[in-house]
Design a protein around this ligand. Structure first.
Ligand code: C2E
Ligand code: MG
Ligand code: MG
Ligand code: MG
Length: 282
C-alpha cells in the first residue's frame, strides 16, 4: 500500500500537461537566449481623468508572442515565470524598456504621461530592488515622477515592515506608487493609513455592473471616499459601459481605464491614439 501511495505521489509531482511543458520550455528559451525584444511586447492602456476627459497615464501590460504557442496571456505566463524562477529577468526587461520608451516619447514631445508598471513580489522583495530602479532611471536619463510602480495588497502584506521601508524609499526617490486590484486582497486598513501611496486602483470585479449591483455600488462608493480621505487618487479598473462610467462620475472617482475608453495598445497605436487626442465626452 505504501509503495502504491509512493508511486502515485511520484506521478503527481512529475506529470505536467504537454501545454504547460511547452510553455516552460518556450519561456526558458526566451530568457536564456535573450529573445525579449523578438517575443515580448509592451502594450499601453490609457488612463483618463473622468471630469477633465484628459489622458493622465498609461498602464504598461506585457504581451508574449511565442513562435510555438501564439499570443500567451500574462495571467498565464507571469505566475509560471514566478514559479520557475524566470520572473526577475522578465520584470527587469519590462522596467528597462518602459524607461527607455518614456524617454523617447518625452524627447520627441509625443507623451509626458506617467507610465505605470506591474512588478512581481519576487522583484519587489529583492534587496537591490531600489538600486535597480535608480539604475534604470539613470541610464535612461529619466526623471522619477514619470514612473509609477503598481503593487498589490498581497505584495505589501507579505512582509509589511519591509514593504513600508521600500515604499518610503521609492517615495523619497520621487517614483509614484499605486495599489493595484484593491479590494481583492487582505489589506489591513491600519497599515493603509500610513502607507505613502499616490494611487488606489479599484479592482474590476467591483466595477463590473457597479451601477446595477447595490453591494458593489456601496463598496465602490466607500472605497472612493476612503481613498480621498487618505489623499490618494482613485482609478477604476475595467470600465466597460457608459452606465458604469456615469456611476463613477457621480461618485467623484478621479480616473478610469477600461475597454470603454481604450484597450491596451501597442506603442505605435498608442501614439496614434494620443495624436487623435481622444477625449472622454463630458
Ligand atoms: P492588472 O495589473 O490588474 O492589469 C489589468 C488587466 O485588466 C489587464 O489584463 C488589462 O488588459 C485588463 N483590462 C483592462 N481593461 C479591461 C476591461 O475593460 N475589461 C476587462 N475584462 N479587462 C480589462 P492583462 O493585460 O491580461 O494582464 C493581467 C495581469 O498580468 C495584470 O493585471 C498584471 O497583474 C499582470 N501583468 C501584466 N504585465 C505585467 C508585467 O510586465 N509584469 C508583471 N509582473 N505582471 C504583469
Ligand atoms: Mg496593474
Ligand atoms: Mg489591476
Ligand atoms: Mg489584476
Amino acid at each position: 500500500a505504501t509503495l502504491k501511495k509512493y508511486l502515485s505521489n511520484q506521478t503527481i509531482t512529475k506529470t505536467l500537461s504537454p501545454k504547460r511543458q511547452l510553455l516552460e520550455i518556450s519561456l526558458h528559451r526566451v530568457v536564456n537566449s535573450q529573445q525579449f525584444t523578438e517575443q515580448f511586447e509592451i502594450y499601453y492602456q490609457p488612463v483618463v481623468n473622468i471630469s477633465s476627459g484628459k489622458i493622465i497615464a498609461a498602464e504598461c501590460l506585457l504581451r508574449w508572442h511565442s513562435p510555438e504557442l501564439g499570443l500567451v496571456s500574462p495571467t498565464e505566463f507571469i505566475p509560471l515565470a514566478e514559479s520557475i524562477g524566470l520572473i526577475m529577468p522578465i520584470d527587469q526587461w519590462v522596467l528597462q524598456s518602459v524607461c527607455k520608451q518614456m524617454k523617447i516619447w518625452l524627447d520627441a514631445r509625443i507623451s509626458d504621461l506617467t507610465l505605470a508598471v506591474n512588478l512581481s513580489v519576487i522583484e519587489f522583495n529583492q534587496p537591490d530592488f531600489i538600486q535597480k530602479i535608480v539604475k534604470f532611471l539613470k541610464i535612461n536619463n529619466l526623471e522619477p515622477q514619470y514612473l509609477e510602480i503598481e503593487l498589490t495588497e498581497s505584495m505589501i502584506m507579505q512582509d509589511i515592515t519591509s514593504a513600508i521601508a521600500t515604499i518610503n524609499k521609492l517615495q523619497s526617490l520621487g517614483v509614484r506608487i499605486a495599489i493595484d486590484d484593491f479590494g481583492t486582497g487582505y489589506s489591513s486598513l491600519i497599515y493603509l493609513k500610513n502607507l505613502p501611496v499616490n494611487t488606489l486602483k479599484i479592482d474590476r470585479y467591483f466595477i463590473h455592473n457597479v451601477d446595477q449591483d447595490p453591494q458593489k455600488s456601496a463598496i465602490t462608493k466607500a472605497l472612493i471616499e476612503m481613498a480621498h480621505n487618505l489623499n490618494m487618487q482613485v482609478i477604476a479598473e475595467g470600465v466597460e459601459t457608459e452606465a458604469e462610467l456615469s456611476f463613477l462620475r457621480q461618485k467623484s472617482c478621479d480616473a478610469m481605464q477600461g475597454f470603454l475608453f481604450s484597450h491596451p495598445l501597442p506603442a505605435a497605436e498608442f501614439e496614434k491614439f494620443l495624436w487623435n487626442k481622444k477625449h472622454l465626452p463630458a
